[in-house]
Design a protein around this ligand. Structure first.
Ligand SMILES: Cc1ncc(COP(=O)(O)O)c(C=O)c1O
Length: 370
């Protein structure tokens, strides 16, 4: 740059501490290293839905290819999708806001409600995105450890709040522990916390209950949901919030008008019409999850945790790096999570199709029994 701009130099220097989100590897790089085609990589690292087939989506996409006119901005599609969600969730349209994935909605919530010098509270371990987004906005997030059985320690969580605390993030079912918190604990937080409580229900379709309807009772509740998991649209980026109309209206005001593309919106509309197929796939996953969990527990030295999601958290007596790297050499990607409470280093694996899980289990058995 020829002209020296002092303010820009300061800005860029200050931004050096912010880390860009960049995954350590991609299926493409792993496939290249292994000399195999990327389609042969078994992706069990991001909790995507493998129970809805690619053919199922291809058919819908072909229909859309005829109907969609990309020359025009999205117009009616957002309200049509909201109307479909009204029927699906039995909640009023004024309480539903759409976002470009729930990530974008977390960002919108932080932008609207976290003023400078205010703070957020959350739990540990949980989804890292809350911390990243809050920190990127120059705010602090203070977390509290879950109990040893992964239940919520409500008193400890609330003790982290001060008069400056505006937001409380609770992921339920929680990523990466996989459990859903008791509704009584969630209600206690809603009653006692003097701020907005965000319950992230990204995995709720795999769990026993949703707190969605509680928005009628608690004006400080925002429920985050997504099409990325049970609905299989991780690549198309659609999330939504359920909340009191007053909060919804504040969030909508700062959203960009065309934040979700027309193709994604139309696909989600069609998918909601086919929600019985989605439901069937969720039930199949749940059955497979139980089988997978039981088989994993049978392997010597493995401790797996029961799950209300589409993934399993586990730890092993064997070095987790050896497990992780060996699986990767066999073309299976899972997630290295790091330390979880007093359980030491843990790994997280998505519940894949039975054939994929069996390949994973066979390698695990070989490693843990050697
Ligand atoms: C708990 C949780 N919330 C939100 C997200 C992000 O969802 P989306 O794809 O809707 O941005 C994820 C993704 O893994 C997640 O695990």
């Amino acid at each position: 740059m020829n002209t020296k701009l002092d303010w820009l130099e300061v800005k860029l220097r200050n931004m050096q501490s912010i880390k860009e989100y960049s995954p350590k590897y991609s299926p493409e790089t792993v496939a290249k290293q292994l000399g195999i085609d990327v389609t042969e990589i078994i992706r069990l690292d991001k909790n995507e839905n493998l129970f809805l087939s690619k053919q199922f989506f291809s058919k819908i996409i072909k229909e859309l290819a005829e109907e969609l006119d990309p020359r025009f901005y999205p117009q009616k599609e957002k309200s049509t999708l909201i109307q479909n969600l009204v029927k699906y969730l039995d909640l009023p349209s004024e309480s539903i806001i759409l976002g470009n994935g729930s990530d974008e909605l977390i960002e919108t919530i932080v932008r609207v409600f976290l003023e400078s010098n205010s703070t957020a509270i959350s739990i540990a371990p949980t989804l890292i995105m809350y911390r990243i987004i809050v920190n990127n906005h120059g705010n602090t997030i203070i977390d509290t450890f879950l109990n040893d059985d992964f239940s919520l320690n409500v008193a400890s969580l609330l003790s982290k709040a001060s008069h400056k605390t505006r937001l409380c993030f609770i992921c339920s079912p929680n990523n990466p522990t996989g459990n859903q918190f008791k509704i009584e604990s969630v209600k206690e937080v809603l009653k006692k916390f003097r701020g907005i409580v965000i319950i992230d229900e990204a995995y709720v379709e795999y769990a026993p209950y949703s707190v969605g309807k509680l928005i009628k009772e608690y004006e400080n509740l925002i429920v985050l949901r997504t099409f990325s998991k049970a609905f299989g649209l991780a690549g198309l980026r659609i999330g939504y919030c359920l909340t009191h109309p007053n909060l919804a209206s504040a969030l909508k005001k700062i959203q960009l008008p065309f934040n979700i593309n027309k193709f994604s919106l139309q696909l989600a509309i069609k998918l909601l019409d086919k929600r019985n197929i989605v439901k069937t796939s969720v039930n199949k996953l749940k059955t497979e999850r139980e089988r997978f969990y039981n088989k994993l527990c049978e392997i010597p030295g493995v401790k797996a945790f029961a799950s209300n999601t589409n993934f399993l958290l586990f730890t092993t007596e064997k070095d987790v790096d050896i497990i992780y790297n060996t699986l990767m050499r066999h073309g299976i990607l899972i997630r290295n999570i790091g330390n979880i409470l007093h359980f030491g280093r843990c790994l997280r694996v998505t519940v894949g199709l039975p054939k994929m899980n069996n390949k994973f289990l066979n390698i695990m058995k070989e490693l843990c029994c050697s």
